[in-house]
Design a protein around this ligand. Sequence first.
Ligand SMILES: [Zn+2]
Length: 96
Amino acid sequence: MYICVGCRKEMLCDKNGVGANFGHGHVYASDRYKCPICGMMILATNIKAYYDPNLSFQDEYLNMDGGGNENRRQLGEEILTSKARRGGSRQGKAWT
Ligand SMILES: [Zn+2]
């Protein structure tokens, strides 16, 4: 369970299949959670990254190299990179 500290409410899963993209194929698969009161969003990632150089396994990707303010803007304005699911496995091989 994830709890919004400010609102003291449980955050709810807002979207599955969001990749936290650190570049060069270095991606953490995650689910996105959102506070139902204030709208704060977080990504709950897997512990291990996987290799996804073409950004083809997740529905959306959040680029992690843009800095905090830019990432917040991306979430608010839905500039997330959307990728249609191309079938097959959603999980690439482990990042090594
Ligand atoms: Zn909140």
